[in-house]
Design a protein around this ligand. Structure first.
Ligand code: PBG
Length: 326
């Protein structure tokens, strides 16, 4: 009690604050998302995500090299495919963008952990996450297609597969199918509690995946629900998920904390495109200090309980860390 106790004593110098700091974000916690497009030597900045690019396979390999040199050990790949159709069939072509990118990155940097996002919204003409009938996403018809896509990623050498579609039974179906095809050691990172969020706006620009009609509310979760989020995670754990994810991160820190405390699983959080874009826009206007805000956000996600943070800030964070600025 005051005056014996003065909590300010340990705040009096940088060294002291550093010594008693409870939460530290490390570069090894981070996964950097990359957007891969057809073509050669493509580096096209995404308007609503300054500092993030659409990259062709060759420039994606260069980016992976840069990240690797900075100590970022993992990338998450998304594709803008050559063509889109009703069912997203380009996603399971063995010469598609993702398998090509996986092979190229693994060949160039074998120790880089390559995670692939497994979904259909980038590949379907209507922008929904699977097979549609009468305006509805068909759950059970989509699962075998997801497995076809997963097997193509696995055969290309993906290190982790991350299904992001929020269809019921996905993890069990994929686990079974991968095991039957000799991929029983390939981990699944489940987008277990993925909310139907407006924070995905810039991402949908980046991969041109905004739904042509309707929205994703019949498969992604209502942002108001935490009990349901825990049920989603529980099912994914039972079905064999190796890592569980909460997405987005910042408006769902309570969910991250509850998931970590309830299941004690390796837990990931996705610091999504809108969360990145807000900081970039405010910093551009001179309204926020980008570096400090980034650090504060990533620290809050880790403090909430995330072991892994998927973030567009991965490279910037790693650069600042390397220069000793944070
Ligand atoms: C679906 C997917 C989305 C994101 C990652 N995987 C978009 C969506 O569900 O609409 C969003 C990522 C972000 O906003 O950064 N394939």
């Amino acid at each position: 009690m005051y005056p014996q106790t003065r909590l300010r004593r340990l705040r009096s110098s940088h060294a002291l604050r550093n010594m008693v700091r409870e939460t530290r974000v490390d570069v090894s916690n981070l996964i950097a998302p990359l957007f891969v497009v057809p073509g050669d030597k493509v580096t096209r900045e995404i308007g609503s995500m300054p500092g993030q690019f659409q990259l062709s396979v060759d420039t994606a390999v260069e980016k992976a090299h840069q990240l690797h040199e900075l100590g970022v050990s993992s990338v998450l790949l998304f594709a803008i495919p050559e063509f889109k159709d009703e069912i997203g069939s380009s996603s399971w072509h063995p010469q598609g963008i993702i398998p090509k990118a996986v092979r190229a990155i693994k060949k160039a940097i074998p120790e880089m952990l390559v995670v692939t996002d497994l979904c259909f919204c980038e590949y379907t003409s209507h922008g929904h996450c699977g097979v549609m009938r009468d305006g509805h996403l068909c759950n059970d018809e989509t699962l075998p297609n997801l497995l076809k896509q997963a097997l193509v990623h696995a055969e290309a050498g993906a290190d982790i597969i991350a299904p992001s579609g929020m269809l019921d039974g996905t993890i069990g179906f994929l686990r079974h199918g991968l095991d039957e095809n000799n991929f029983s050691n390939l981990p699944l990172m489940a987008y277990a509690a993925k909310f139907s969020s407006s924070f995905y706006g810039p991402f949908r620009d980046a991969v041109q995946s905004a739904p042509e009609y309707g929205d994703r509310k019949t498969y992604q979760m209502d942002p108001a629900n935490i009990n349901e989020a825990l049920r989603e995670v529980e099912l994914d754990v039972q079905e064999g998920a190796d890592i569980v994810m909460v997405k987005p991160a910042l408006a769902f820190l309570d969910v991250i904390k509850a998931v970590k405390e309830t299941f004690e699983m390796p837990t990931a959080a996705y610091n999504v495109s809108g969360e990145y874009a807000m900081v970039k826009a405010a910093a551009k206007l001179g309204w926020l200090d980008e570096k400090r805000v980034m650090l504060e956000m990533l620290t809050s996600i880790k403090r909430a309980g995330a072991d892994i943070i998927i973030t567009y800030f991965a490279e910037a964070f790693a650069e600042l860390k390397k220069r000793g600025e944070i």
